[in-house]
Design a protein around this ligand. Structure first.
Ligand code: FPP
Length: 250
């Protein structure tokens, strides 16, 4: 029986972020090239996007390529980019049929022209879709994003659009690349690593973290439901006490 029936639909996280890790190890276990792990990883992406949209998640953010990933061997970077372009291109009709909007965060100017064009085209085409927003973090790192936000705010101060005393946490959130999305309620990381790896450092302040030993290419709908069930067992206090929360809820 599917674990789906154990999920309380009225208590779903609004935004789920995922660090998809373990593609290389999945391939190595099968004595295959790392790129086969990435190909299989794309299958897991499809399963996860489908499961999230079907159940009613509003935002799903996937860490597809980090700023640091540019340092991998050229062959692997090229294969990953080719896979991304192919997947985005092939999946755009599915995104349209399922009313899913595609967005991207990261230093998109560092992508090659072809990747950028395919991405822009898919984002434009799906921009009016409203069931779920799928966000790809591409050439993304949180320190890059925060540095850019600092520059934006410094420029606004320099041009007298805002005074230093007016800068609040809202100002910072609005200067972020992620200003169109709520903070994640749940972060999933696969492959048994317990790290955040420069992903959404500002936005994860109150996020529930879920780690699983499953390697990303083996992640599927049932694994996704497991993470949701685990999330629904947690008490989110946002710095308050349990008693305070009871008062708010009652
Ligand atoms: C981490 O595994 C995964 C990546 C660096 C890339 C993630 C990309 C995909 C899942 C491909 C498809 C994506 C989309 C959006 C279609 P790793 O290579 O770090 O694995 P390892 O830690 O076992 O070496």
């Amino acid at each position: 029986m599917s674990l789906k029936s154990a999920i309380q639909i009225e208590r779903l996280p609004k935004h789920i972020a995922v660090i998809m890790d373990g593609n290389g190890r999945w391939a190595a276990k099968r004595s295959q090239e790392r790129n086969l792990g990435h190909e299989q990883g794309a299958v897991a992406v499809r399963q996860t996007v489908e499961a999230a949209a079907e159940i009613g998640i509003e935002f799903l953010t996937l860490y597809a390529f980090s700023t640091e990933n540019w340092n991998r061997p050229k062959d692997e970077v090229d294969a990953l980019m080719e896979l991304l372009v192919r997947s985005i291109h092939n999946e755009t009709p599915t995104l349209m049929n399922n009313n899913i909007r595609l967005r991207a965060i990261g230093d998109l100017n560092s992508l090659d022209t072809k990747t950028r064009e395919i991405l822009d085209e898919a984002m434009e085409k799906t921009s009016k879709n409203s069931r779920m927003t799928l966000v790809l973090a591409l050439s993304y790192s949180s320190r890059w994003e925060i540095t850019e936000a600092v520059k934006t705010i410094a420029k606004a101060v320099q041009q007298n659009q805002i005074s230093i005393n007016e800068i609040s946490s809202k100002t910072v959130s609005e200067a972020m690349n992620t200003n169109f999305m709520p903070s994640p309620d749940l972060l999933i990381r696969t492959s048994g690593e317990y790290r955040i790896s420069n992903f959404l450092l500002w936005q994860l302040a109150y996020t529930e973290l879920y780690f699983t030993d499953v390697l990303w290419p083996d992640f599927n709908k049932e694994e996704f439901y497991k993470a949701l069930i685990d999330y629904q067992k947690r008490e989110r206090r946002f710095g308050k006490t349990s008693q305070q929360l009871e008062k708010i809820l009652n």
